[in-house]
Design a binder for this molecule. Structure first.
Ligand code: WT7
Length: 664
């Protein structure tokens, strides 16, 4: 039961938030603007007049072994090349440069284990470990260009692994630790990984989940995969296959400590990251070296107004998603930042752990997802209020649209009304932040990502005419190439063109989101226009979940949609037809959810399963998900005349309303 003081505090907070809801724009606080790296709005104009000049200046902030001769080769769109002829190394930029310039003793990561264990890792520590591990990888036969899989939790070795790959020019393929071993196998197969780096076990809210054993169950019979490196993190017992498996600590101890960074071509592949698209097969987004690092480094510095000597920065994402790649690893390290890295969940050992960590390390910049903020709102403001959050000076949001209420709560309860909020819109494909406020310049509106970053060109196009809309709703596109853009889909060139560069031609990147511009030109990103669902900032394709569901023996057919959800943004709802005369019950539901957990990961399990005798299909047999979405959201049904059998809709509506009555 809530105490009296909590109740009155809640009411008062609600009143204060309601008042803030009236505020249309939040100007950067004068003290913030005064000290901001960028405070002159002319930067937008300069960058738009001469984008290549702007990006050149950003690239010049990096260390290059040899300078490029051409900034942008746009002779064969959409295959753009940036900083052509230049050579550099990402790990050199993230490590050696700082150590050589006397910053070796600076903490790169304050790592905190779920059990409270703490490790401070300096830039010099990281450089030493990365060199040894890079040599160990070479000793195991990894050569420049070989793909290395990484399936690790939030432990320092995941950063070491990524940088060691970057050092020797072996593109990494990181798979988020929440994916199942089967999903890892699939991604290793698609990318023909030669080696996989994984862990004995991972912390899961007070217990340890076996990881290596799960990997062993599925990883046999992959001809390309020669070696598995196992980090001993939790001391979980695991089998080691002779000739294939080695322990990380043993090979690192045996390796030569000196490994110079390879000078790599600006367009050398840095990594592949699989993400969900419209079909069941995930897309291998390919990022390269020079343009990517230019984009993430510049955006990290300016969007977060980073002062590396004094800031403590915390991106509370998982390194397995692009947010982690760009804004836990490459952006912050290239800028010499001190970061926090937290191994665990936001609600373990207690619901105030994030705020405890912020107080403990005096975090000044926090970057997280709206889902996390909404969860904190639900848990109550008494958790953050127990801690001193006065070190915070800037807040960021990423991954999904942030609703104004969550924005205002973040602003008031976490930011104490003194911290600008940067709502950053971007994608795995864009590599770096594309639409965002600049915290010392931009007046923000809660829920709007505001304007494109300098040097980025975005438009909202009318869906039918393809004409740019200065105001109104349409399709979001990027109209000029940018340095950190994906270069292709790994081994699927045609799909790359078809997905992003067919609707409006080869020079206009189709984002896949709907967006609106208001009378002041602000961008409001609404959500996906394709069959991609965003659950708690995790990107999933409906087709991917459907194919996992039909793998269950009792299932004949399934259709999956994303339904609006107060907590997770969207939730997975599955309409399922069972084989023959089977009747679905609780145990069938659990069985189906288990199959999805095995095939993809627990985060992809459907929240609701609705039994359907039949699914709404066109005469040609295509499932009409649009109608299922209408039903799930309780909207009036759209056009049903093209349905083969319109009667199925009545039955489904009935089922959904029964289920809703049960849940209420
Ligand atoms: C999709 C990309 C950005 C890195 C993490 C997600 C949605 C992302 C925002 C935002 C509204 C957003 C879009 C986008 N999205 N950020 N600030 N406001 N929507 O990367 O997994 O590739 O997902 O996330 O729908 O297309 P991702």
């Amino acid at each position: 039961m809530a105490t009296e003081s909590e109740i009155s505090d809640g009411d008062q907070l609600d009143r204060e938030l309601a008042e803030l809801l009236e505020v249309e724009r939040f100007e950067p606080p004068p003290e913030f603007r005064e000290r901001a790296l960028l405070k002159d709005p002319a930067v937008y104009e300069q960058a738009s007049r001469d984008p290549l000049g702007w990006w050149t200046r950003q690239a010049e902030d990096l260390h290059w072994f040899s300078r490029w001769d051409t900034v942008l080769d746009d002779s064969d769109p959409p295959f753009y090349k940036w900083f052509v002829g230049g050579t550099l190394n990402v790990s050199y930029n993230c490590l050696d440069r700082h150590v050589e310039e006397g910053r070796g003793e600076r903490v790169a990561f304050h790592w905190r284990g779920e059990d409270g264990q703490e490790r401070d890792i300096t830039y010099a520590d990281l450089l030493a470990e990365v060199q040894r591990f890079a040599n160990a990888l070479k000793d195991l036969g990894v050569r420049k260009g070989d793909v290395v899989g990484i399936y690790l939790p939030m432990i320092p070795e995941v950063v070491v692994s990524m940088l060691a790959c970057a050092r020797i020019g072996a593109p990494h393929n990181v798979v988020f630790g929440g994916f199942s071993a089967e999903a890892v196998r699939e991604r290793m197969e698609f990318s023909q990984a030669k080696l996989l780096i994984t862990v004995d076990g991972a912390a899961r809210k007070g217990t340890t989940a076996p990881v290596k054993d799960r990997v062993d169950e599925v990883m046999g019979g992959l001809p390309s995969l020669e070696k598995i490196v196992v980090v001993r993190s939790k001391g979980t017992a695991c089998e080691m296959q002779q000739g294939r498996d080695v322990f990380y600590d043993e090979i690192v101890a045996a390796a030569d400590p000196h490994c110079p960074a390879e000078a790599l071509d600006a367009e050398h592949p840095l990594y592949i990251l699989y993400t969900s698209g419209s079909t069941a097969k995930p897309k291998g987004i390919l990022h390269t070296t020079g343009g990517y690092l230019t984009g993430v480094s510049a955006t990290h510095r300016y969007v977060f107004d980073l002062k590396p000597e004094t800031d403590v920065y915390w991106c509370a994402a998982d390194v397995g998603w692009v947010t982690g790649h760009s804004y836990i690893v490459y952006g912050p390290l290239s800028n010499g930042a001190t970061s926090v890295m937290w191994e665990g969940a936001p609600d373990y050992p207690h619901k105030g752990i994030w705020w405890e960590i912020i107080e403990r390390y005096r975090v000044s910049i926090l970057y997280c997802a709206p889902t996390a903020i909404r969860a904190c709102i639900k848990w109550g403001s008494q958790w953050p209020r127990k801690h001193d959050l006065s070190s915070l000076r800037l807040l960021g949001s990423v991954g999904e649209p942030i609703n104004p209420k969550a924005w205002l709560w973040y602003h008031k309860v976490i930011g104490g009304e003194r911290c600008p909020i940067v709502d950053t819109w971007w994608q795995t494909e864009t590599g770096a932040i594309m639409i965002t406020p600049l915290p010392g310049i931009t007046a923000t509106k809660p829920g709007s990502a505001t304007f494109p970053f300098p040097g980025v060109f975005a438009e909202v196009l009318d869906e039918s005419t393809g004409e740019p809309l200065p105001e109104g709703q349409g399709l979001l596109v990027l109209t000029r190439p940018w340095p950190s853009m994906l270069r292709t889909l790994y081994k699927e060139e045609d799909r790359f063109i078809e997905t992003y560069f067919s609707r409006f031609g080869r020079e206009t990147y189709l984002v896949g989101d709907a967006a609106r511009r208001d009378k002041d030109g602000y961008f409001w990103v609404i959500g996906r226009i394709d069959d991609v669902v965003n659950v708690s900032g995790h990107r999933l394709s409906t087709a991917e979940v459907e194919s996992a569901i039909v793998a269950h023996v009792d299932v004949a057919e399934a259709a999956v949609i994303g339904q609006h959800d107060e907590d997770t943004g969207q939730a997975i709802v599955a309409f399922v037809t069972l084989q023959g005369t089977l009747e679905g019950d609780e145990s069938t539901i659990e069985g189906i959810r288990g199959t999805v957990a095995d095939r993809i990961g627990k985060f992809a399990r459907p929240k609701r399963i609705i039994w359907a005798d039949d699914l709404p299909k066109t005469r040609s047999g295509k499932i009409m998900r649009r109608l299922l979405r209408d039903i799930a959201e309780g909207r009036a049904l759209g056009d049903v005349t093209t349905l083969r059998d319109p009667a199925v809709m009545g039955e489904l509506e009935q089922r959904v309303s029964e289920l809703q009555a049960q849940e209420d």
